[in-house]
Design a protein around this ligand. Structure first.
Ligand code: XIL
Length: 421
């Protein structure tokens, strides 16, 4: 019996914790927790004079668990041996930039970036050289575009800086993300709770927001993530987010129609995870296409939140999406080192690079594949380092450049895949 599967239904947090564990670690933790429970029960029923003895056993068990947590979640050392002079990566020849290699393939290669990077000379020149596309990591999310969190009261100044950077450097900017169950203003929650007609309230708010935001930048933002993460991560179903709560699954088509009306030229994407059962996503996309909803593509986020996913499985699903006539793009790739399972620590950066290369090569076989964006530029500023429990498991080092902005094996593997060498 697979013990870990019993716990899977207890919810996504529990699932996340379990999936990070290898079975060996999982069983050790299960044994330790069992021992604690037995000790606590003993403590309740034991005679008073023996309580001190049992209490000390409990303390020892608690200490053991803390040590186990520190060992499993603590930082690990991996040699950055790709920096050695004789490493094949140091000897790697490169005649053009990564962005040029992507241009030659007709693909987008991008990174999620922040304003402080645009304002930093080192970063901004690296970004504009190596990438031909980018996404604002956070600044275009609905809740981050409002003055004092007030619905309808927009501050466009930050977005304008991204637009300027994109236009100056002739890069594509991805608008991320309009309708997202995790990035909406708190006032929306309050308004919905107080509303007598929740569906109408949501329709009105979405109409005002999408037509203002997309309309304001019509002709200047080429592609929008209209709906982000509509599929649940841990259950085979649609995510029951605030929009679903108010409108059911209808919110998805509604958002796309509004975005299309506001900028008929913009490409409109549904962005997110594949989820537990790919059929849920495929059926959703098929229905949208059949109903004539103006959707142009699907963006696969591609974070290796848990383990690194099987590339062939991913490619099969993406191929089916492409067969629907939709564009396919990897929009948020980052591969944390420990998601690569029992890889040899000596070669882990190489394994990481080869994994990303496999993804890219499999995707390049897909007719409607248009590009790949990494969720950050370099390992010094990456999402995992700020998100528990991954932030306890450093180094995550999930990106193309290392903390000193040196090219990692992943960079060269991506370059070679693009150059077909
Ligand atoms: C993340 C950012 O990287 C973090 O800085 C922020 O605190 C939370 O959001 N899927 C998405 C992204 O679509 O917008 C998320 O970005 C990561 C998961």
């Amino acid at each position: 019996m697979d013990l870990s599967s019993i716990f899977k239904d207890l919810g996504s947090v529990m699932e996340m914790t379990i999936t990070i564990f290898t079975p060996k670690i999982f069983y050790s933790f299960a044994a330790a927790f069992l021992a604690v429970i037995v000790t606590i029960i003993t403590l309740i029923f034991i005679k008073k004079e023996k309580k001190l003895f049992i209490l000390s056993i409990l303390a020892i068990e608690a200490l053991t668990i803390i040590i186990m947590i520190l060992i499993s979640f603590g930082t690990a050392d991996y040699p950055r041996n790709y920096l050695n002079k004789d490493s094949k990566y140091q000897l790697h020849e490169q005649d053009i930039l990564l962005s040029e290699a992507a241009d030659e393939r007709g693909l987008y290669i991008g990174a999620a970036i922040n304003l402080d990077q645009i304002e930093d000379k080192n970063y901004s020149s690296l970004i504009s050289r190596e990438f031909n596309a980018f996404t604002a990591e956070n600044d275009m999310k609905w809740s981050n575009t409002l003055i004092n969190g007030e619905l309808g009261n927009y501050d466009f100044s930050k977005i304008d800086k991204y637009i300027e950077f994109a236009e100056t450097n002739d890069m594509r900017l991805r608008g991320h993300a309009l309708v997202w169950g995790k990035g909406y203003p708190t006032q929306l929650r309050k308004g919905l709770d107080q509303s007598d007609n929740k569906e109408q309230y949501m329709r009105d708010v979405l109409e005002e927001y999408i037509s203002t935001m997309v309309g304001h930048y019509a002709g200047r933002i080429d592609v929008w993530d209209v709906v982000n993460e509509p599929i649940a991560l841990s259950q085979p179903q649609l995510e029951e987010n605030i929009f679903y709560e108010a409108m059911g699954s209808e919110y998805i088509a509604y958002a796309f129609n509004l975005a299309h009306k506001a900028d008929p030229e913009a490409e409109l994407f549904l962005n997110g995870y594949i989820g537990k059962d790919p059929e849920i996503l495929l059926n959703l996309l098929q229905d949208l296409v059949n109903e004539g909803v103006p959707i142009d593509g699907f963006g696969l986020q591609g974070h290796t939140i848990f383990e690194a996913k099987d590339v062939n499985e991913l490619a099969k699903v993406l191929q089916k999406i492409s067969d629907l006539g939709l564009k396919v793009e990897i929009t948020e790739l980052d591969v944390r080192l420990r998601s690569l399972g029992d890889s040899d620590p000596e070669d882990i950066y190489e394994t990481q690079g080869q994994y990303v290369r496999e993804i890219l090569e499999a995707c390049m076989e897909i007719e409607n594949f248009v590009g790949i964006t990494f969720w950050g530029v370099d390992d010094s500023a990456n999402w995992f380092d700020l998100t528990p429990p991954f932030s306890w498991m450093k180094p995550n080092d999930p990106l193309l450049f290392d903390i000193n902005l040196e090219k990692k094996p992943m960079y060269y593997e991506v370059y070679d895949a693009l150059k077909n060498q």
